[in-house]
Write a protein that binds this ligand. Structure first.
Ligand SMILES: Nc1ncnc2c1ncn2[C@@H]1O[C@H](COP(=O)(O)OP(=O)(O)OP(=O)(O)O)[C@@H](O)[C@H]1O
Ligand SMILES: CC(=O)C(=O)O
Ligand SMILES: [K+]
Ligand SMILES: [Mg+2]
Length: 590
């Protein structure tokens, strides 16, 4: 398939304009206090290791306020990171886009699927980044395959400034290059067109300034030795194909068999007798020496996620996690395993278990397994992630034609719909937002398709009965899981407007998200970095709020702050859980 072949381009069709107002920096309003009316169902438990009491369920209907039943306090969470807790305890932080969406469309129709945008030359400016944030970008991804560290540092700085000045909580994901084979940077050209039958030279020689015509450099020194005449070369996962004709020292002469556009640093794989050749490159380390430098850069910059390319085993993830833990004592960087190689499919469960999340990196995956196997792999990865309670991103070519055209193909819309229907946590734009002509339009398509499919799914009431195995290792963890499963079920049965979760580390929020309830989940956390990280997870609307161990006080404060901003109203029905008190509370907003 060629990137340049698009049969249908209806330029008169447009997607809906941004429904959101421009973000405002006036985000804080003073609190007023009042008591909520409370119907409480409480599973009172103690996680005190010295206590032998087993959990008991107390059901009470108490219209007088929250105080009476909220007695026991548990401390089963980790100590919260000390950094970035704002001292202003009378405020709540939520971004202007979410706030506007809640006010305009109500709780029910907020978008649950999260959106990741790869930042590149088309979107690296402050205004373009702001437009993406306004358009619903939850996570900005920087790909260390491209650009310099200085370039990436400036992008990170701008996203930070956007968060600080405009109240967004856009998280930053750094994606490593990995040590797979790729082409050089095309000497600064934005792309190179290969036509059918043309002879191109793939060379391990580095070209300083002048790149000879129809010649590309390959980054792997063993390339010319490993390739055999007759092998098939796939550029960019098969977007362009060649056949190896002749080897001359460091050069391999190849004939183009499937024409198309080659992008700088596109990946290269070679196939022999219908299967991928994994000779010496299979021995290359998952994390190269350049990747380690990039990881140090990511830690120093305090990125929220590090995505590791071409993961082969769980060990590399465990190793990286301990490296990060030793280097960055108070910031907690989540490690995302990119599933894009045959080896990662073989060790899928262990890899996902060891990681903080996964990415279905369909671009490279489709160059390593036959294309027709990619959809089944995607469904399997999404399902395992959900079962193991790890966020999952579906990535690559979701709206590929929008790199060039302002409207997607019907097939692309169907593909996005399928990922939403599978209830993946997040969808990702790659070239569409990094170097495409219509980044904001592509984001608007992801947004509108997500909202539409989610609504259809709720209307159809097609809750899949997915078995959710126990993921926690301690008894206290199991209690939290049961509470979240029950709270989500109650929320669906009672048709409540929102689930509230007060969480220090974000764990309780992720357990609720895993249940994929009908209503949105308002996640209150006291830490800015936890708030940003929760932005990757399905259905969570993360707020920053300082809260105490007194749940009655927390609820009063939250209701008054949200009411004052018009984000909830009297009579709304809410279910609240927390990692402070192991209970489920059903509340009517007073
Ligand atoms: N920082 C950047 N500078 C220049 N171009 C970029 C940058 N980031 C992305 N791009 C362009 O956008 C395209 C798509 O981006 P994407 O992040 O999906 O990378 P990729 O090279 O396809 O590889 P992978 O996602 O497997 O790491 C790239 O091929 C490149 O042309
Ligand atoms: C995202 C990515 O790395 C891929 O699809 O290959
Ligand atoms: K990468
Ligand atoms: Mg890849």
């Amino acid at each position: 398939m060629s990137r340049s072949l698009h049969i249908f381009n209806p330029s008169n069709l447009t997607f809906p304009k941004q429904p959101y107002p421009k973000p405002s920096s006036n985000r804080r309003l003073p609190a007023t206090t009042f008591s909520p009316k409370l119907i409480s169902i409480k599973a009172s438990t103690s996680s005190d290791p010295n206590s032998s009491t087993s959990p008991q369920v107390l059901i009470s209907n108490n219209g007088t306020g929250a105080g009476g039943i909220l007695s026991s306090t548990t401390q089963d969470y980790d100590t919260p990171p000390s950094q970035s807790i704002t001292s202003d305890s009378s405020s709540i932080e939520v971004d202007a886009v979410t706030e506007a969406e809640l006010k305009e469309n109500g709780f029910r129709s907020t978008r649950r699927t999260k959106l990741v945008c790869t930042i590149g030359p088309a979107t690296c400016g402050f205004e373009e980044l702001e437009a993406l944030a306004v358009g619903g970008m939850n996570v900005a991804r920087i790909n260390m395959c491209h650009g310099t560290r200085e370039w990436h540092r400036r992008v990170i700085e701008r996203v930070r400034r956007l968060n600080e000045e405009k109240g967004f909580a856009v998280a930053i994901m750094m994606d490593t290059e990995g040590s797979e084979i790729h082409m050089g940077d095309l000497g600064g050209a934005s792309s190179a067109k290969a036509e059918d039958g043309e002879i191109w030279t793939f060379s391990v020689r580095a070209f300083d300034s002048h790149r000879p015509e129809r010649t590309v450099n390959v980054n792997y020194d063993g390339f010319a030795e490993d390739v055999k005449v007759g092998d098939e070369l796939l550029v960019d996962g098969g977007m362009v194909r060649f056949e190896a004709m002749e080897k001359i020292g460091p050069d391999v002469k190849c004939r183009c068999t499937d024409p198309g556009l080659m992008l700088p640093r596109a990946n290269v794989t070679f196939w022999r007798d219908g299967s991928l050749v994994r000779e010496r490159n299979a021995m290359l380390p998952t994390i190269s020496s350049k990747d380690w430098l990039d990881i140090d850069f990511g830690i120093a910059e305090g990125v929220d996620f590090i995505a590791i390319s071409f993961v082969k085993s769980a060990e590399v993830i465990t190793h990286l996690k301990s490296y990060i833990a030793a280097r960055s004592r108070d910031s907690d960087i989540a490690v995302i395993a990119k599933i894009e190689s045959i080896d990662s499919l073989k060790n899928l469960e262990e890899i996902i278990q060891a990681s903080d999340g996964a990415m279905v990196a369909r671009g490279d995956l489709g160059a390593q397994i036959p294309l027709e196997q990619v959809p089944a792999a995607q469904q399997n990865i999404v399902q395992i992630c959900r079962q193991l309670n790890k966020p999952v991103i579906v990535a690559s070519q979701l709206l590929e034609s929008m790199i060039e055209y302002p409207t997607p193909t019907r097939a692309e819309v169907a593909d996005v719909s399928e990922a939403v229907r599978q209830r993946a946590d997040a969808l990702m734009l790659s070239g569409e937002s990094a170097m495409g002509q219509y980044p904001e339009k592509a984001l608007a398509v992801l947004r509108s398709v997500s909202v539409r499919i989610e609504k259809w799914w709720r209307e159809e009431k097609c809750h899949e009965a997915m078995e959710l195995p126990v993921v926690g290792s301690s008894f206290s963890d199991s209690i939290s899981e049961e509470i979240c499963i029950s709270a989500a079920k109650m929320a669906n049965n009672l048709g409540v407007d929102a689930l509230f979760v007060y969480t220090k580390t974000g764990h309780m929020a992720s357990l609720l998200s895993r249940c994929r309830p009908d209503c949105p989940i308002f996640a209150f956390t006291s830490t800015t970095s936890v708030r940003r990280r929760l932005n990757l997870q399905w259905g969570l609307i993360p707020f920053r709020l300082s809260f105490s161990d007194d749940m009655e006080g927390n609820l009063n404060k939250t209701f008054s702050l949200l009411k004052a901003r018009g984000m909830i109203k009297s009579g709304d029905l809410v279910i609240a859980v927390s990692d402070i008190l192991q209970s489920i509370q059903v509340l009517i907003v007073p």
